[in-house]
Design a binder for this molecule. Structure first.
Ligand SMILES: [Zn+2]
Length: 434
């Protein structure tokens, strides 16, 4: 951000209560509990959370614990806090998005991001992987330091593209502006060689990223013609993945077209995002390499719908939104049938932040059992992140809990009626919520 952080924080502390470091000791008496490992409901349990923000123990039935504040969650189903593997907290699309980038400063997007983060947390998503946006690493730090509230964030920072590709920050500029700004390089997230690829990953490390995002093919919302052309060579992907390993990073690859997906999988990425034109050959390749699929059906549905409205998207974007957007749910159904490993992700920021749980409904609509959809957003998503203490309601894990009234395995729409949210042992929705 170009503004001074002290100026920003001074204003923010007026609007938000600074979070205390120690969490209260609590006993959550859950009417039912979803075990994310077995993807089953295991009945009534009492989850005891400690001052360190972790789960101390899980007791059978309704238990009371000396010194713990009891929260009655009878009639509710407790689950591990949900994880969305694909969001963009630094933005939310609207018909003016394409001109706002010329009129607004990073600080404006930063303020909006506070609202998006708050909505996301209150929707039950206690952890997100933010796959692209320079605002988010700063937001992550402010949340971790307790200045503002939001989900735990794994941030990619600037995504890595090739010239003219999805995420080239100079796309759509007129010649004069493009000339004045000059061609973007690895520092701005644009590479054109194996050496550039290494530099771009190292630059993300310098900027404090937690994960690397590449755009292996064209994309829907970028100001460019193709949504599916391959935009990285296999060698460039491999250079990104190998360099990322040096820093302990996993690599997420945005990809719609088959050839770009094939190169990304062969290059060793952790996850394919969107995966629109995957087929049986790609599914087999992903299973061989252990590649995860993060579908983002929500974004597909949203852009397909908005493509019908004159002027919502620029004309160069509109046909891509209609064609690609409508395809993702069908591809998801086939990928699930084929046995590809699936992690939950929405691409929220395309669709409104806070509506992340709609994805559960779209997954179930496409043939995935509700329990598997919930597992994708908990146990599986934690594995994609490489987070050993997230995604399960087990002793020693982070005290991240979301509850809904009733049984979400019978009615997946309940995931949009969250009644309780706890993150790191602090309550944000429900009794004692802020
Ligand atoms: Zn995205």
């Amino acid at each position: 951000m170009r503004v001074s952080m002290s100026g920003l924080l001074g204003v923010l502390s007026l609007a938000f209560v600074v979070q205390a470091q120690a969490a209260p000791v609590m006993a959550l008496q859950c009417g039912n509990v979803f075990d994310s490992k077995s993807a089953r409901l295991v009945g009534e349990r009492t989850i005891v959370t400690g001052a360190d923000g972790r789960i101390q123990q899980v007791l059978p039935g309704r238990a009371t614990v000396p010194g713990a504040t009891v929260l009655d969650l009878s009639g509710q189903t407790c689950m591990p806090g949900w994880i969305d593997l694909h969001v963009h907290l630094g933005q939310e699309s609207n018909p003016k998005s394409y001109e706002e980038r010329f009129r607004l400063d990073d600080i404006d997007f930063g303020y909006r991001a506070l609202v998006y983060a708050d909505r996301t947390l209150k929707a039950g998503f206690t952890t997100v992987r933010d796959l692209g946006g320079e605002v988010t690493p700063h937001l992550r730090d402010a949340i971790n330091q307790g200045y503002v509230q939001g989900p735990r964030i794994y941030a990619a920072g600037k995504s890595i593209a090739t010239t003219g590709g999805h995420g080239d920050p100079r796309n759509g500029l007129n010649a004069e502006l493009a000339h004045l700004l000059g061609p973007p390089g690895p520092a701005e997230g644009v590479i054109n060689s194996v050496d550039d690829a290494r530099q771009a990953v190292r630059q993300r490390y310098k900027e404090g990223s937690d994960v690397i995002k590449i755009t292996a093919t064209g994309g829907v919302l970028s100001y460019a013609k193709s949504g599916d052309a391959p935009q990285f060579t296999v060698d460039e992907v491999k250079a990104v993945v190998e360099t990322a390993k040096d820093y302990g990073y996993k690599v997420a690859a945005h990809a719609h077209g088959k050839e770009g997906i094939r190169r990304a999988v062969e290059g060793g990425v952790t996850s394919i995002e969107h995966g629109t034109y995957m087929d049986d050959e790609i599914f087999a390749l992903m299973k061989k390499h252990g590649t995860w699929y993060v579908p983002t059906i929500s974004a597909g549905k949203f852009v397909a719908e908005k493509a019908k409205i004159d002027g919502y998207y620029p004309e160069i974007v509109r046909p891509k939104a209609a064609r690609i957007g409508g395809q993702i749910q069908d591809t998801f159904a086939k990928a699930y049938q084929a046995g590809v490993k699936i992690g939950f992700g929405t691409d929220q920021g395309v669709a409104p932040h806070g509506e992340n749980a709609k994805e559960f409904g779209y997954m179930v609509e496409a043939g995935m059992p509700a329990a598997a959809a919930l597992q994708a957003a908990t146990f599986n998503a934690a594995e994609v992140l490489g987070a050993a203490d997230l995604g399960q309601l087990t002793q020693g894990f982070r005290a991240d809990v979301v509850a809904v009234p009733g049984n979400p395995l019978d009615d997946i729409a309940l995931t949009s009626k969250v009644s309780f949210v706890m993150k790191d042992g602090n309550v944000y929705v429900g009794a004692g919520g802020r």
